[in-house]
Ligand binder design. Structure first.
Ligand SMILES: NC(=O)C1=CN([C@@H]2O[C@H](COP(=O)(O)OP(=O)(O)OC[C@H]3O[C@@H](n4cnc5c(N)ncnc54)[C@H](O)[C@@H]3O)[C@@H](O)[C@H]2O)C=CC1
Ligand SMILES: O=C(O)CCC(=O)C(=O)O
Length: 443
């Protein structure tokens, strides 16, 4: 291996626009140096360098008609990042701020995350700069159909299996799957996150959030602590945030905040189940904003983030880089003990450094939010067997997978009661992918 910093410098020179991708790569590189030094075969076979280039990038135009019969044009991407461990697997994101950089960083992260699940899945990610917000139901449907018109030829149950992410939930997966079925005449496990009534898995919708809480519970148990009574600040009010909140409340933690792109709500004593169900309905059915939510002792702060409130556990569950260095400084000045990354790469590099300097324990996204893709893996298995498992069985397997991920992270992290989970996740994920790459030879 040539010098590590040289590899990263070359990457930056070759892809100067891709700042998020560089950030994700640097976070992994910071932890796997010893691993590379210890493995002459990884170095000789340039495994790390090979992991810095996606297997394939597909980019396409999506043309569709809005409700006024105007022609609209969007960009579509699928980054098939690495299939060493299985077919490409990872979500589709529909959001106006995405670009190739977004999908490269997400695909890179997904490759290691999927490795941590122990299931046979490679990493991929994709989506479009289409913004579903403010679009009619028919516009979303026509967009999904136009998007699939190109994507269908690149995916397949043993090739590439997309799922949801920001802006792509159960509704969009339904439209995408309907279009795939229409185009190919096939029912197959080509998308996950389908409705449990027709090909989906029970608990997939809840799995990312529930998995985060299971991971947190394993972390707390590891240092003889408990989630009960902990004050948790959750950001976001989408799929991941809402089901993280639900499981936290079920386990008697206090969820004091939720947020969306316009502001946050706080309830000092923690939201109860009934309030959470109302918020879920507001977001999933009415597609409203948190500003519309009213309940006793709940305050709304427009245009602000929740990180200055009083809590022990921060759970950023909205989007990448949502927590700045200044946000982290506020949390550290408060009672922060743990950050659980429910979103992908939610901490800016400065925020991560500040937290690490102060000994705050961080559950990295690769490990903490792997429950979603893990249940997607279980959905693939059920589809392959033409079976549908009950919710209890899926949830039990999810708990087992999250426990094992925690165990693997601890085994690969520096010793101690409070292990470095970031390091543990990076090493455990990297080893699995690297060993498969070695086994295949130079391809
Ligand atoms: N859906 C899934 O199964 C998985 C999602 N993730 C990650 O979790 C995060 C959230 O994804 P989902 O909940 O699926 O998306 P979603 O579309 O259901 O919800 C996203 C939420 O974040 C809020 N948001 C977006 N940008 C924001 C900003 N700049 N500031 C504050 N709030 C903002 C939105 O208002 C919305 O409430 C993303 O990072 C995603 O990549 C990770 C693993 C699996
Ligand atoms: O369920 C999946 O395949 C993908 C989930 C995802 O996009 C993620 O883990 O970030």
């Amino acid at each position: 291996m040539s010098d590590f910093s040289e590899i990263i410098e070359t990457l930056k020179q070759n892809t100067p626009e891709e700042k998020q991708f560089h950030q994700a790569v640097e976070e992994v590189a910071a932890d796997i140096g010893d691993e590379l030094r210890a493995h002459e075969d990884y170095r000789a076979n340039r495994v790390f360098e090979r992991l810095l280039v996606p297997d394939r990038i597909i980019q396409f135009r999506v043309s569709w008609l809005d409700d006024d019969q105007n022609i609209q044009i969007n960009n579509g991407w699928r980054v098939q990042y690495n299939n060493a461990l299985g077919p490409y697997k990872g979500g589709l994101r529909f959001a106006p701020n995405v670009r190739l950089d977004t999908f490269k960083f997400l695909g890179f992260e997904q490759t290691f995350k999927n490795a941590l699940t122990g299931l046979p899945m490679g990493g991929g990610k994709g989506g479009s700069d289409f913004d579903p917000k403010g679009k009619s139901e028919h516009e979303v449907m026509r967009f999904c159909q136009a998007f699939m018109q190109e994507l269908y030829r690149h995916i397949g149950s043993d090739r590439d299996v997309p799922a949801g992410d920001i802006g792509v939930g159960n509704r969009e997966i339904g439209f995408l799957y309907g279009a795939y079925k229409q185009l190919t005449g096939r029912h197959e496990a080509v998308l996950t996150g389908k409705n449990p009534g027709f090909g989906g898995s029970c608990v997939r919708k809840e799995a990312t959030g529930y998995g985060c809480v299971y991971f947190l519970m394993n972390m707390l148990a590891h240092c003889d602590d408990d989630i009960k009574g902990k004050r948790c600040a959750v950001s976001g009010a989408g799929n991941v945030a809402l089901y993280t909140a639900k499981k936290l409340i079920e386990r008697n933690a206090k969820v004091v905040t939720l947020s969306d792109s316009q502001g946050y709500i706080i309830k000092n004593d923690g939201f109860d189940f009934e309030e959470l169900e109302q918020i879920i309905e507001l977001k999933e059915q009415k597609r409203g904003t948190l500003a519309d939510f009213e309940a006793e002792n709940v305050r709304y702060h427009e245009g602000k983030k929740p990180w200055g409130e009083d809590f022990e556990i921060a759970i950023p569950a909205a989007t990448q880089n949502e927590v700045s260095g200044a946000d982290m400084a506020k949390m550290i000045d408060g009672n922060l003990e743990i950050v659980c990354e429910a979103a992908n790469m939610p901490l800016q590099a400065e925020a991560r450094e500040k937290a690490q300097e102060k000994g705050i324990v961080i559950a990295p996204a690769k490990a903490a939010n792997a429950g979603g893709v893990a249940v997607s893996g279980l959905e693939r298995s059920q589809n392959a067997m033409h079976l549908s498992w009950p919710a209890e069985k899926v949830d039990k397997r999810l708990r087992k997978i999250m426990k094992q991920i925690h165990k693997d992270c601890v085994a690969c992290a520096q010793d101690g009661k409070r292990p470095d989970y970031i390091q543990g996740a990076n090493i455990a994920g990297f080893r699995r992918v690297a060993d498969a790459i070695l086994a295949y030879g130079v391809v």
